[in-house]
Design a protein around this ligand. Structure first.
Ligand SMILES: Nc1nc2c(ncn2[C@@H]2O[C@H](COP(=O)(O)OP(=O)(O)OP(=O)(O)O)[C@@H](O)[C@H]2O)c(=O)[nH]1
Ligand SMILES: [Mg+2]
Length: 444
């Protein structure tokens, strides 16, 4: 689709569509022939729709030309429109105009970019929620609460001390603590919300040959990693973005950890350790038919800050060999340290569903439990501003408790309200706008 926005959008359309004596009726799809405005040569047959501002995406007059796609046709039409008096839009300019005309607030603008970029259902859900003003409504309500507090406080300023104030201080304190609680609740989703953008870094680690790459392939859904019966097959780290249960993960397969081996393998092990240091989640793979080795026990006891899920692999072999399942010899105190314990067979597919279910529950528990009730904070910008608002409202209650003059206490309220207004873009700061629109592609 080719879009044109601006007061003369309809006029431009008429220059290309000679069938049209005048700008078509708004919101009515019309089939027209499009011609070059200079030489009259045919360009395409297209369905065009005119939107009369302000009832359009940008709030201006807007034309949508739904043409035959492909490489050439849309660019011919765009070129003809430019010769007829139009110009190429800058990245995100349609959405920017919508924002400047008050059709969208800044959170919604960001949601448009997020919706386009979304690679998981969870991110998609969050972006749509923000586009529907789920987050904006919350922030507006908080801002109103703060402005209400400011109004109550005005009565305290210059109020004769011997009289009772018109609004009891306890009511002000109650209202402020409600606001603090609300903001804190929203901020709880922020760390996971930001993981939704990139995906949680999930590292498969373990000794050589335990079946890491096989499990990796099974979770990715294609043969990404080479699998052989030879220990030390994987030498480099592989990273793939996948959705598990609708949530985004960056799954990393690594070289099996062991001492010795040749130089290349040791380099691979170095890489694996680096990934382990920054992992959001570690899947320690061990073969179900073996007991835990000294190395694996050491790994578990010294395990990094990241949560570790113990994954027993090749459980199909247990049945085949009729071995007694000895539970690997996992000490009780280590069992308690684990974030989870799973048993899988990459060969039969057994246990894979449990992996796909447990991982999102572990990494995204706050997002999962927030459901629709609390909007998920997927952007640092929002979280940072809410943190400012939170600390300002807290400072405000402290100032009240310390008996500071109402004028002084209320400066904190103003700062909190300002932080919230910045989120919505009520007060627009140029470099914030530039940063937001820099992420957009042309045409949005
Ligand atoms: N029976 C059975 N064999 C498996 C299973 N998963 C992997 N294997 C076999 O175990 C061997 C090693 O598998 P890989 O996936 O390459 O193991 P790895 O942990 O990636 O090994 P390195 O890359 O060398 O560290 C191969 O012969 C696989 O076919 C499984 O679930 N069941
Ligand atoms: Mg491997």
């Amino acid at each position: 689709m080719v879009r044109v926005s601006g007061p003369d959008a309809g006029v431009l359309l008429c220059r290309l569509a000679s069938d049209l004596a005048e700008v078509p009726e708004p919101r009515r799809a019309t089939l027209v022939k499009l011609q070059d405005p200079d030489d009259g040569s045919s360009l395409d047959r297209a369905v065009v729709t005119f939107y009369q501002g302000p009832a359009s995406y940008t709030g201006e007059n807007l034309v949508e030309l739904t043409c035959h796609g492909g490489r050439l046709v849309p660019s011919l039409i765009a070129d003809a429109l430019m010769r007829a008096g139009g110009r190429q839009a800058t990245p995100g300019e349609f959405t920017k105009r919508a924002y400047l005309r008050g059709k969208l607030d800044l959170v919604q603008v960001e949601a448009v970019a997020d919706l386009v970029e979304a690679r998981s259902r969870a991110m998609h859900r969050a972006a749509l929620g923000h586009l529907e003003r789920g987050l904006s409504r919350r922030i507006t309500k908080l801002r109103e609460g703060i402005v209400g507090l400011e109004a109550m406080l005005v009565h305290h300023i210059d109020f004769p001390e011997e009289d009772d104030p018109p609004v009891p201080v306890t009511r002000i304190v109650d209202e402020a603590s409600w606001i603090i609680k609300e903001i804190a609740k929203m901020l709880r989703t922020a760390p996971e919300g930001q993981l939704l953008r990139e995906g949680a870094l999930t590292v498969l680690a373990g000794q050589p040959n335990v079946g890491k790459s096989s499990l990796y392939n099974a979770l990715v859904g294609e043969e990404r990693a080479i699998v052989t019966e030879e220990p030390g097959t994987t030498r480099d780290a592989l990273e793939v973005a996948v959705q598990l249960g609708g949530f985004p993960f960056r799954l990393v397969d690594t070289a099996g950890l062991r001492d010795g081996g040749e130089r290349i393998e040791q380099l691979g092990i170095e890489v694996a350790r680096r990934y382990l240091d920054s992992a959001d989640l570690v899947l320690l793979c061990v073969s179900a038919i073996d007991r835990l080795s000294v190395g694996e026990l050491a790994f578990l006891s010294e395990a990094t800050d990241s949560p570790v899920v113990l994954v027993e692999t090749k459980i199909d072999l247990l049945a085949k060999r009729d071995v007694d399942y000895g539970g690997l010899g996992l000490p009780v105190d280590m069992r308690e340290k684990l974030a989870g314990h799973l048993r899988v067979s990459a060969m039969t597919g057994e246990g894979l569903d449990q992996v796909k279910q447990l991982l999102p529950e572990l990494v995204y528990s706050a997002v999962v439990s927030a459901k629709e009730e609390v909007p998920v904070l997927t952007r640092r910008r929002h979280a940072l501003a809410l943190e400012v608002a939170l600390s300002e409202v807290s400072d405000f209650t402290e100032a009240l408790a310390d008996g500071l003059p109402a004028e002084v206490a209320s400066t904190h309220l103003r700062a909190a309200a300002t932080a919230l207004e910045e989120i919505l873009g009520v007060i627009s700061v140029d470099d914030v706008l530039d940063a937001v629109f820099a992420e957009f592609c042309v045409g949005k």
